[in-house]
Design a protein around this ligand. Structure first.
Ligand code: SF4
Length: 365
């Protein structure tokens, strides 16, 4: 990919035409200039042009899955998290196989294709516990998108095994792909202030690199709008883009704004819809090598997510039959598959169900 001349005027429509066509790559400094100086609608139009260049005019996708959080017990105590229970606190849970089975059966009945399996960093369960959980879930024949890099790093610390071995054992037990959670902002200044016990930015990247080398596809996320600077947001995007240049293992990128309620950082203001749409559009323009960008209706609601389809998103994300983490921060948006299809359809696109790797699922409705 050709890097734009760092001195090229990124506000010049001729330069942006090349960027939208996929011929030029923008720098972090140029992204900052676009963020601060370009009117929202114009920025959205360029991101939309890039999205239509990659995905055409017709189909916009979504996935049916269930977010199963196998435990809320966690040693990390991240300042932005309203979901976890410290190990010494009352009321934490760890799901039994019976509870897992009921959730998976419900997901399959609703046409679900995958389980998003994530949990807190439990203080003492051995790797065998997670292998057993994977083998049990795999018995239902469903795709397992599970264990984000902080969990994998936690397993390496508890087991004393290297990342490669932990991943290959999880994979052998049934893990299919890895969600990009726990990335927040891939910058150690931000991580050490908000989540000092969680994996570092380098460790997050290393888990993803190894997963890609072992043939697993993964996603990447960014949770923005807390203590990070704008430059740190583009440092994050740059790390994702550089790893993608190396491995092509990311299927999608999902940016979403921090939800402050019920967290240690509850004094911070929540990002506005305008800020969300700006960041989404810039993610599409900056990440020229990540094919899919997801809207976040879970944090923004259906109407803003519908608008996101004109600001660079080509995917509505998941139906989230169950969602606990954002809900714990007091955000209660719910959408059924029918409502998602209606929102996508009313925006002028054909809604299509997909799998984790964006293969279209034959129509059921
Ligand atoms: S974000 Fe994850 S790792 Fe951090 S406290 Fe919450 S459950 Fe634990």
């Amino acid at each position: 990919m050709i890097q734009t001349e760092p001195k090229a005027d990124i506000l010049d429509p001729r330069v942006l035409e090349d960027v939208a066509a996929g011929g030029l790559r923008i720098t972090g400094e140029q992204a900052l200039r676009l963020y601060h100086e370009m009117p929202l609608q114009e920025l959205g139009a360029w991101a939309d042009a890039r999205s239509r260049e990659l995905h055409g005019e017709h189909i916009r996708t979504y996935v049916i899955d269930r977010n199963i959080n196998y435990t809320d017990i966690c040693i990390s105590a991240c300042k932005f998290c309203a979901f976890f229970k410290a190990p010494e606190e009352e009321g934490g849970y760890l799901l039994s196989h019976d509870e897992l089975a009921r959730k998976i059966e419900e997901t399959l009945e609703l046409g679900g294709t995958q389980i998003l399996l994530q949990g807190g960093l439990h203080p003492d369960k051995p790797l065998e516990f997670y292998e057993e959980m994977l083998r049990f879930i795999k018995g239902f024949g469903i795709h397992i998108h599970g264990f984000s890099p902080p969990e994998v790093c936690h397993f390496t610390k508890l087991s004393g095994l290297p990342v490669a071995e932990v991943l290959s054992r999880l994979r052998a037990a049934g893990l299919d792909s890895i969600p990009g959670g726990g990335a927040e902002i891939l910058c150690d200044r931000v991580r050490s202030e908000t989540a000092p016990r969680k994996c570092s930015a380098d460790e997050w990247i290393e888990v993803m690199r190894e997963a890609h080398h072992q043939g697993m596809r993964t996603t990447a996320t960014m949770m923005f709008g807390h203590i990070e600077t704008m430059a740190e947001r583009f440092e994050h995007l740059d790390r994702v883009r550089r790893l993608q240049d190396e491995t092509s293992g990311f299927t999608a990128f999902i940016p979403w704004p921090f939800q402050p309620a019920n967290t240690v950082l509850s004094h911070l203001p929540a990002a506005t819809a305008v800020e969300y749409l700006r960041m989404l559009a810039l993610s599409r323009i900056f990440l020229d090598n990540v094919p899919n960008i997801q809207a976040s209706w879970v944090t923004q609601g259906g109407k803003i997510a519908q608008l996101a389809l004109f600001f660079g998103a080509n995917d509505f994300g998941s139906t989230m039959i169950e969602e606990n983490v954002v809900a714990a921060a007091g955000v209660g948006f719910r959408l059924s598959e029918r409502e998602i299809r209606q929102l996508v359809g009313e925006a002028g696109f054909e809604p299509r169900q997909r799998t984790m790797d964006y293969t279209l699922v034959p129509e059921r409705l």
